[in-house]
Design a binder for this molecule. Sequence first.
Ligand code: ADP
Ligand code: ADP
Ligand code: ADP
Length: 208
Amino acid sequence: MRLVLVGPPGAGKGTQAEIIAERLGIPKISTGDIFRANVSGGTPLGLKAKEYMDAGELVPDEVTNDMVADRLAQDDAKDGFLLDGYPRNTEQAKVLDRILDEAGVTLDVALELTASDDEVVRRLSGRRVSKSTGKIYHLEFDPPADPDSEDLFQRSDDKPETVKHRLEVYAEQTAPLVGFYEQQGKLTRIDALGEVAEVTERALNAIG
Ligand code: ADP
Ligand code: ADP
Ligand code: ADP
């Protein structure tokens, strides 16, 4: 299965990506995670991405597309993958189609997770991530055993001013992807409200 997840920041893409990829036995490729790992590692890629991420802007397409092309060329992605956070605009979606076309394969499904602005703001404001495992928690909805643990961090782009801008960027640049995939007949939409497990079942049923 070759699958992309689309949805506003905070809809639960990272949470579901982890579970769905595991259930389907395909690698999860999260561009946000790759960028964050490169920022904390101080790599050239991280240096290029950091200022955009801090501002809640998209990292430029040429940087992002090359990174994804490299990642998709790795062996574990040959028979399927779940992309989380990519594509983020129609240009990236066209590049993805081209990468897959050159490999002689096609995308199966674009799964859209829908959630209201109020809900995503609630989810983002309580998001905490484990430094050691990458696991995503929520202070209220999925609390970590020790909320004061040194291992937990709050993403710097989850502060309220940046969240507001990320939602604007989503509406302007990413939401048009929904129409792009609808035209290709690949769009499947599910409601991201409800328990994590409930959303997972909804997603797995929707993608067949
Ligand atoms: P995204 O990758 O779309 O930005 P995340 O998966 O990081 O979203 O989830 C954002 C926040 O919402 C996290 O704190 C996560 O624990 C929480 N969350 C995810 N799914 C649900 C859900 N179904 N109900 C309540 N909170 C959720
Ligand atoms: P969320 O799911 O909470 O929106 P991500 O972890 O997917 O956050 O992305 C965090 C940041 O990483 C984005 O705001 C953007 O700066 C950068 N980023 C991630 N994926 C892409 C992409 N496909 N294109 C450009 N920038 C990206
Ligand atoms: P630059 O284009 O800035 O030279 P690179 O593509 O060389 O950046 O990547 C810098 C670092 O990021 C490398 O250490 C590489 O391992 C890591 N990296 C790049 N792409 C990925 C990826 N898809 N998954 C995981 N790590 C990646």
